[in-house]
Design a protein around this ligand. Structure first.
Ligand code: SF4
Length: 83
């Protein structure tokens, strides 16, 4: 992957909670992982959208989705580009 994604993004889902990555509260970033379904076709693969400071920056496959079991097609990997 091209970024520092958690090894299991679904294990770290915290809802709408902000995460402070600095020890002194400086450079605060609002990071969220949103579990959702790919809207592209009728397969309905599960995925996780990574949202940083209100902007969707990455798509990861859902490991627990029975439909795609941790895999995505090329369209699914790029959901963050067209949502
Ligand atoms: S990841 Fe691919 S196969 Fe799965 S729902 Fe999206 S477009 Fe369809």
């Amino acid at each position: 992957m091209a970024h520092n994604a958690p090894a299991d993004p679904e294990a770290g889902i915290v809802g709408n909670q902000s995460t402070d990555f600095s020890s002194r509260g400086e450079n605060r970033m609002d990071y969220r992982s949103i579990v959702t379904t790919c809207p592209y076709c009728a397969c309905g693969c599960g995925l996780v959208l990574e949202v940083l400071d209100g902007r969707i920056v990455c798509t990861l496959p859902s490991k627990t989705s029975p439909t795609n079991q941790g895999k995505l097609c090329i369209k699914g990997w790029n959901v963050h580009e067209f949502v």
